[in-house]
Ligand binder design. Structure first.
Ligand code: HEC
Length: 378
């Protein structure tokens, strides 16, 4: 009895020992992986985003470090100049030189399927930099002023459509702020993170930085990885919700614009809208069987005329058939809703249709669709 008992015990002990050895063999590489530094791809001279200055590493480096810490891994920064954008990413991120690139635009077609993304971490965009104590609630509040814009930027195109605001062209956000200092401009309409950073570093943080939304004005930044790293991407996605407070605090510390954005579409288009509403009274009879909520339709129309009308025509009256949104029903029939929602949330970047995710809410899209349904033609 005893003998067999101890034999059993011994056998069990041997088994446990073997199991432990096997587990140990399996755990070693896993532990080594966990301890490996998370390598951040970053530009050494791109404040407020990243910098090799120890005292001020930049928002993206700090976010990368917070992610590494949340994953229980040390971090390491792999520096490379980002001037060449995609070429730089091909040679670093995609060549396996570093693991994550914080702050890439959250667009599936950014670099094709070779780059995969986490969930968005931040909304970035253009902003107004205006003197203290100047109330600015809409673009019209800048009427009569000289506003510095960067050459070739969406704000420059937008101001070109207004004869009440003088655009002062600059080659960089720094130059825009210099033209203010030199008395050549009263305000600037520039890339928001730069506006916030220059306000902190050159204007003692005394100016107001007001984010702006509208066509081409805002987009979302995510973290990019090589498609060979789906497990790391999922691991990062899993820790991001817990870091959202940290990210907001860090963004504020680097002066990134926060708060409710001014919608420029609604300020830029009224002239055009009034004209067409005059010669085109809004259709009363809905083309749809369900009667739409008139309030929703009116709100949808306002949103549409504020933003979409720039390309699709006020009240969706436009001569070019290809972009005529009065033909959605005719074109897609029962799939109209689906095509609409997919197109507004993905855009058709190659064709010039922006992605409106993050600029409009789902409710806004529903309202715009409700409006469009009232004006469909056969
Ligand atoms: C900068 C110009 C521009 C703006 C602003 C714009 N669009 Fe478009 N949109 C386009 C272009 C160009 C196309 C046509 C793409 C193509 O040829 O497939 C398009 C296509 C579309 C389509 C698909 C049409 C079809 O028949 O397949 C929808 C729906 C649409 N836009 C909705 C909107 C809405 C809603 C807004 C406002 C929130 C908007 N667009 C703002 C340029 C724009």
């Amino acid at each position: 009895m005893r003998g067999s008992f101890s034999r059993v015990v011994r056998r069990q002990a041997v088994k446990a020992c073997l199991t432990a050895m096997l587990l140990g063999a399996m755990l070693v590489p896993a532990r080594a992986w966990a301890a490996e530094p998370l390598r951040l791809c970053a530009d050494p001279a791109n404040l407020p985003f990243s910098s090799d200055q120890a005292a001020k590493p930049g928002l993206y480096v700090e976010i990368g470090r917070a992610i590494a810490a949340a994953l229980g891994r040390p971090s390491e920064t792999v520096w490379s100049l980002s001037y060449f954008g995609k070429r730089n990413l091909r040679e670093t991120l995609l060549a396996g030189q570093c693991d994550i690139a914080v702050g890439l635009p959250d667009e599936a077609d950014f670099m094709g399927p070779r780059v995969i993304f986490t969930k968005p971490i931040l909304s970035l965009g253009y902003a107004l930099l205006v003197p203290p104590k100047t109330p600015v609630l809409r673009l019209d509040d800048l009427a009569g002023r000289r506003v510095a814009v960067q050459f070739g930027s969406p704000p420059q195109s937008l101001l070109a459509t207004r004869n009440d605001i003088t655009g002062v062209t600059a080659l960089s956000p720094e130059e825009a702020v210099q033209s203010i200092a030199a008395g050549k401009a009263d305000a600037a309409f520039i890339w928001g993170p730069s506006a916030g950073y220059l306000n902190q570093s050159q204007l003692q943080g005394a100016w107001q930085v007001i984010p702006v939304s509208g066509p081409g004005m805002q987009w979302r930044a995510a973290i990019g990885l090589s498609r060979k790293q789906p497990a790391l991407r999922d691991a990062v996605d899993a820790v991001l919700p817990g870091l959202s407070g940290t990210i907001t605090t860090l963004a504020a510390a680097y002066g990134f614009p926060a708060g409710e954005p001014i919608k420029v579409g609604s300020a830029a288009a009224p002239g055009a809208v009034v004209l067409t509403t005059e010669d085109q009274p809004p259709p009363v009879a809905p083309s749809d069987a369900q009667s739409p909520d008139p309030k929703m339709v009116a709100e949808g129309k306002e949103l549409f005329n504020g933003t979409c009308a720039h390309c699709h025509g006020p009240d969706a009256v436009v001569s070019e058939r290809r972009i005529n949104l009065r033909l959605l029903k005719h074109r897609y029939n029962d799939e109209m809703d689906q095509v609409f929602l997919f197109t507004v949330t993905h855009g058709r970047p190659a064709k010039g249709m922006p992605n409106w995710t993050g600029i409009f809410s789902e409710d806004d899209f529903t309202r715009i669709l409700a409006f469009l349904k009232t004006i469909q033609q056969d």
